[in-house]
Design a protein around this ligand. Structure first.
Ligand SMILES: Cc1cc2nc3c(=O)[nH]c(=O)nc-3n(C[C@H](O)[C@H](O)[C@H](O)COP(=O)(O)OP(=O)(O)OC[C@H]3O[C@@H](n4cnc5c(N)ncnc54)[C@H](O)[C@@H]3O)c2cc1C
Length: 393
C-alpha cells in the first residue's frame, strides 16, 4: 500500500478508541490514517466483550455478525453463595460481543468514510517541529517510515507510550491497576441470558470473577484483581481455583491476560497537537473495569473536535481541550464518582458483601438497579457520603 506523506490526523492504534476517533474525524471531513502494530485489526482480543445496550446502541445498530449473546440482566454472587439478579437500568440489557469482529466493524466504518489503515505498523516515536508534535515515526515490514500530520491521536491502549513520548504523565497508581486473566471455556452451564459476577476476598481480592456467556455453553470466564492485593498469587492462580471448583468439566479454548486501568481520566489528555483516547487516557469505568461504552463516547468527541480543529485551522491546545471538557461533562465526572465508589466497594469485608447481597436479594429483579446497589453499599459505609459530596463541590 502506498503511504501518503501527510494526513490531517494520524491515529495510533485500531482498538475501539482509535477506530471510533478515526470514524468521527473522517465523517467530519478530515483525512485520517490509522496505524496498527498487529497484523490484523481486532486481534488479540483482551476483553470479556460485554457492553451495555445503552452504550452500544447510542452509536450502532446491534448486528448479529458481531453479537455473540444478548443479555437481560446481571447476577451477583456474595462470598457465601447468596445471589441477587439486576434487570433494571443500565445493567438490565446488554450484549456479549465478538470483539474481533466488532473492532473490525468500527474500523471498516472509518474506512468507508475515507480513513486509511495500515497494519503491522509499529509507532515508536513522535516527530516534532517548533516544539509541536508534527507526526509519527514507525516501522512497517522492517522498514523505518514516517508520516506527518496536524494532529496525532494516541489510542494505543493501557500500556500507551504515545502519551509519555508527548510529555504527559501517564503514571498509574498501583491501586488503580487491575490485572486480568480470562479463559474462553466450553461446558459452562449457566443462565446464558445473564452475566454473572462473583465477589469475595478469597475469590478475587479487590475485583471480581465474571462469566459472560457466548452461546453454545461457551463463556468468557475471567477475573480482575487489584494488582497490589494478590497475596502472593496472580490473577491466573485465582481464576484456576474458581474454574476447578465451579466448572471441572470445562475445557479452555483460549486464554488471555491483560491490564485494566481503573483510574480517573488523566488530568491532561491533550497537549502539543496530541490527543489521548481510550485506555491510553484512562477512560474506563473504574468500578466495572468496562471501557467500551465510555470509549465509544470519548472517540466520537475526540474525532469530532480534531476534525473541527483542522477545518478551523486552530490547533491550539485551548481548542483541543474542547474534547477534554466535553468528555468530562458527558462521562468523566461520573467516572470520578465511580472511582470513589470503587475504592469503597472493593474494600468491603466478606461479611459486608454478604450483608449487601442479602439486602438486595429481597428487591424484585425488574426493580433492582446499579444505583440501588451503590445506595446499599453507601448505607454500609456512611463516611462515603462525605467523600462523594467533595467530588461534587
Ligand atoms: C481481561 C479484560 C477484560 C475486559 N473486559 C471488558 C468488558 O467486558 N467490557 C468492556 O467494556 N471492557 C472490558 N475490558 C476493557 C477493554 O478491553 C478496554 O477498555 C478497551 O479494549 C480499550 O480500548 P482501546 O482502543 O483504548 O485500547 P485497545 O483495545 O488496547 O487497543 C489499542 C490498540 O493500539 C495498538 N497499539 C499499541 N501500541 C501501538 C504502537 N506503538 N503502534 C501501533 N499500534 C499500537 C494495539 O495493538 C491495539 O490494537 C477488559 C479488559 C481486560 C484486560
Amino acid at each position: 500500500m502506498k503511504i501518503r506523506r501527510f494526513y490531517d490526523i494520524v491515529v495510533v492504534g485500531s482498538g475501539p478508541a482509535g477506530s471510533m476517533t478515526a470514524l468521527f474525524a473522517a465523517k467530519n471531513g478530515a483525512s485520517v490514517l490509522i496505524l496498527e502494530r498487529d497484523r490484523e485489526v481486532g486481534i488479540p482480543v483482551r476483553c470479556a466483550e460485554g457492553i451495555s445496550g445503552r452504550g452500544l446502541e447510542k452509536f450502532f445498530q446491534p448486528d448479529e455478525r458481531w453479537i455473540a449473546q444478548k443479555i437481560d440482566g446481571a447476577k451477583l454472587y456474595a462470598p457465601n453463595g447468596q445471589s441477587c439478579i439486576m434487570k433494571a437500568g443500565a445493567v438490565g440489557d446488554g450484549y456479549v460481543l465478538e470483539r474481533r469482529l466488532f473492532d473490525s466493524f468500527i474500523c471498516e466504518e472509518a474506512a468507508k468514510n475515507g480513513a486509511d489503515i495500515i497494519t503491522k505498523a509499529n509507532v515508536h516515536d513522535l516527530l516534532w517541529e517548533n516544539d509541536k508534535i508534527s507526526g509519527v515515526k514507525f516501522n512497517y515490514l522492517g522498514e523505518a517510515k514516517q508520516v506527518k500530520s496536524h494532529i496525532v491521536v494516541g489510542a494505543d491502549g493501557p500500556e500507551s507510550r504515545i502519551g509519555k513520548l508527548a510529555g504527559i504523565d501517564t503514571t498509574l497508581k498501583i491501586g488503580d491497576l487491575e490485572t486480568g486473566a480470562q479463559y474462553l471455556l466450553t461446558d459452562v452451564d449457566v443462565d446464558r441470558k445473564l452475566t454473572h459476577f462473583y465477589f469475595g476476598n478469597d475469590i478475587a481480592p479487590g475485583g471480581y470473577v465474571w462469566i459472560f456467556p457466548k452461546g453454545r455453553n461457551m463463556a468468557n470466564v475471567g477475573i480482575g484483581i487489584r494488582a497490589d492485593r494478590g497475596n502472593g498469587k496472580n490473577a491466573r492462580n485465582y481464576l484456576d481455583e474458581f474454574v476447578t471448583k465451579n466448572f471441572p468439566k470445562s475445557r479452555p479454548l483460549a486464554f488471555i491476560t491483560g491490564a485494566v486501568p481503573t483510574a480517573k481520566t488523566l488530568p491532561e489528555i491533550t497537549n502539543n497537537n496530541l490527543m489521548l483516547v481510550g485506555d491510553a487516557a484512562r477512560q474506563v469505568n473504574p468500578v466495572t473495569g468496562g471501557g467500551l461504552s465510555n470509549i465509544l463516547v470519548a472517540g466520537s468527541i475526540a474525532g469530532t473536535v480534531a476534525a473541527e480543529a483542522v477545518k478551523k485551522g486552530d490547533l491550539s491546545n485551548k481548542f483541543l481541550k474542547k474534547y477534554h471538557k466535553q468528555w468530562m461533562k458527558e462521562k468523566g465526572n461520573h467516572q470520578k464518582v465511580h472511582h470513589k465508589l470503587k475504592e469503597v466497594f472493593f474494600d468491603f469485608s466478606d461479611d459486608e458483601l454478604n450483608k449487601i447481597v442479602g439486602l438486595l436479594h429481597d428487591i424484585p429483579q425488574e426493580k433492582l438497579t446499579l444505583f440501588q446497589l451503590f445506595k446499599t453499599a453507601v448505607r454500609n459505609k456512611p463516611s462515603l457520603i462525605k467523600e462523594l459530596v467533595k467530588i461534587y463541590l
